[in-house]
Design a protein around this ligand. Structure first.
Ligand code: FE2
Length: 239
């Protein structure tokens, strides 16, 4: 990140701001966790162990598919909303998204090449894939910061929180059950206890009990005992 970018980001993130509806933050926390975990998973993969290799590359493919859908959601709902009221805004992250889709395609091909390689080549190709995923993650970390600062500033300048919640609800309505559960698996453990209780509490108030139970089941194995205790206390879940 350049000094100019950092200064620009700082200008959009003053220390004290009245809280506004932030549709980026929870899913981005989940994505940062998903990316970091997948990168470290790939860094320690045993390419001589077919089962371990399949598991690590399977997680990578799952991450890449999730990232591609995330880009589509942001293009369709968030960039469209920003451009509708500030036509010149969000150009940086719109361009980033086009690059991300190319990187995702390239990483899929590199993953396939690791599967297809002979034993002698597999170590080299797996290390190359690990390094290229690291660069993709680095780019995404900077990109998400711009979205959470500059893009949020544009959204907050032109929309009320009520309008932003409605845009976000329309986005969520396009996500299928499997992708929703995958998102919850990474997002719920990545939130603060307060955010987690808020999200599960809202869900408990509005969604069928079996949906809440499914979300809790997918997240619980990835929660520390301390966080699980807080969630059961704050949301009234059965321990
Ligand atoms: Fe994005």
């Amino acid at each position: 990140m350049t000094a100019a970018t950092l200064a620009d980001a700082a200008a959009h993130s003053p220390a004290t701001t009245a809280p506004r509806f932030d549709m980026y933050q929870p899913i981005h926390k989940g994505l940062r966790t998903f990316m970091g975990d997948t990168l470290s998973r790939l860094g320690r993969v045993d390419v001589t162990d077919a089962e371990d290799l399949a598991e690590a590359l399977g997680q990578l493919e799952s991450l890449l598919d999730f990232c591609a859908k995330h880009v589509q959601h942001e293009n369709e709902f968030i960039h469209t909303a920003i451009r509708a009221r500030q036509p010149a805004a969000a150009s940086r992250t719109i361009d980033d998204h086009a690059e991300h889709l190319q990187s995702i395609d390239a990483l899929h091909k590199e993953a396939r090449a690791v599967y297809d390689a002979d034993d002698a080549q597999r170590h080299v190709l797996a290390l190359r894939l690990y390094r290229h995923l690291a660069l993709f993650v680095a780019e995404n970390l900077q990109h998400m910061h711009i979205e959470e600062t500059a893009n949020n500033a544009a959204l907050w300048a032109h929309y009320t929180d009520e309008e932003l919640v409605a845009i976000h609800d329309r986005l969520l309505a396009t996500i299928g059950p499997a992708d929703m559960m995958l998102g919850m698996r990474w997002m719920v453990p990545a939130l603060t206890p307060q955010q987690r209780a808020g999200m599960l509490g809202e869900m408990k108030a509005g969604a069928p009990a079996e949906v809440v139970a499914a979300v809790v089941n997918v997240a619980r194995p990835h929660l520390a005992a301390r966080d699980w205790a807080k969630l059961t206390r704050d949301v009234g879940l059965a321990a």
